[in-house]
Each structure stands twice: as structure tokens, then as C-alpha cells.
Design a protein around this ligand. Sequence first.
Ligand code: GLU
Length: 295
Amino acid sequence: MTYRGRFAPSPTGPLHFGSLVSALASWLDARAHDGAWLVRIEDIDGPRTVPGAADDILATLERFGMQADEQPIWQSRRIARYEEALEQLKSTGLIYPCGCTRKEIADSLLNAHARNTTLAYPGTCRIGLNGKPARAWRLRVPDGDAAAITFDDRWQGEQTQNLATEVGDFVLKRADDQWAYQLAVVIDDADAGITHIVRGADLLDSTARQVYLQRCLGAPTPCYLHVPVVTNELGEKLSKQNGATALDNDKPLEALSAAARHLGLDELSGHTHPTLESFYAAATAAWAKRMGVTK
Ligand code: GLU
């Protein structure tokens, strides 16, 4: 197998320390395996995409010495593929149009909460739209035990999520006509031949959905590794929304050393690396040892 990894930032702002940790982890894992490392710009969430942020992220990655092995992939240029995948799923009868409004779903979840039952989407539109206009497209998940998806995470260990009780039929195309992250990520990883996904643990909760969707589309399931997320003093995931500042492009080694410490690469502490090359050589060796990577 030829290792192919990727870093997939959403251009909602400049690269910050939290996203640097994911970038570095995926880069080191690819290097440790002598594999390819790709960058994909996840710019299809119109309302969240900030003009100029993608170029900014690409420039920072380059300044930090993380050069992609292939041209970056832009999700906004791949819409035709998402359409095609939706058609494929329509033809297999696995998806259905949903006419529920946010309020209707929120109300049903509130009721479920009150009744102490599952907080998953209740599948209201499985049996038809009942006169309501179609808003979103949802993927039908299996019922009962068949909905339990288990995968092995190289950092977090074995994970199981029951899609029926914990998620419900999930959205692939949203009511605002935007493509859902879950669909785009699965199609893009499959088309790029990604074999290993290394990213933040905030996405652990999405992984079972992605594994299920891969099965529905006949796509292979990559190996997963979710690194601990960086949090602020309040324990919230660091993001642009809660004040994460852009990285200082003039001090890549400082930020990279801190990111390596966050990843538990303690061997690197106490050494000051004069160049990015020497930092990456030491960090790749430390990562390979920590994660038990043998080529
Ligand atoms: N674009 C997602 C994010 O920035 C990451 C997606 C992924 O790695 O699968 O949180």
C-alpha cells in the first residue's frame, strides 16, 4: 500500500495553533511512512468561508516548511462530483428528501429529551414528505444493532457509535443547498486515494457516519488517527470564534515545537533546532517511535 495522507483545513480564518497541531500530525505521519501528503481546502461552507483565508493558510504552511506533494484540492471545484454521488445514492434508494424545519426537529428532540429517549433525528420523512416541500437530503441509517459502527483509532483506540440511536438519518445536502461536510469529505478522500486520515479529535464523532457512507458508496475505509484537540483556559476547542490568534509567520520553529509538545513528542523538548529541516527530522523520528510506525 502506498500511504496517502492529507490536511483539510476550512478557510474560516488564518491557520491558528489548533489547526497547526492537526497539520503537523498529518505531515509527520506521512513523512514517517514515506508517504504523500496532500492539502484540501474545504471551502464549500459558503457562509463560513472567509475570502483570502485559504491563500493565507497555504502561505503559512509553506512558510512552516510543510509543502504538499500535489496541487491543493479545492472543494468548491468539485461540486459536480458531489452531485454525482448524490445521484448514485438516490438510485440505490438509500437517501430520501426531508421536509423538516429546524424548529420541527428541535421540538422533536426536546420531546425525546423529556421522554428520556434517543436524541437522534427521528426519521420523520422516511415515509414521505407528507405534503411538505423537500429541504434536505438524508441518508437512511440501519436500525438497531446493525447501526453500530466500530473502527480502530490509532490514537484513541477502538470506537463504536450506534448511528440509529446517537445520530439518526443524517444530512448529505442541506436545506440551504450547501453540501454537507460528511458527504464532501468521504468523496474527496476516496477520489484522492487517501489511505490515512490524521486530524483533530473533535471529528471523532463524525467518523462513524463517514465509515457508514464509505460502505454505502463502495469506497474503502482509511486508517484513522485523531489527535487531542487544543483547548483554551475554559476547556473549549481553540478556534477563530473563541479568540485563537493567527500564527506568527516569522517564528515557525517556536510554534512547531509547541505543537510537537502538544502531540507528546517530549524528546524534542530541551533541543533548539536551528533549522526547519533539523526540527522535522527529529520530530518525524519521535513521531514514528511514539506511534510505532515501521516502514
Ligand atoms: N475541514 C475540517 C476542519 O477544519 C477538517 C476535516 C477533516 O479533516 O476531515 O475542521
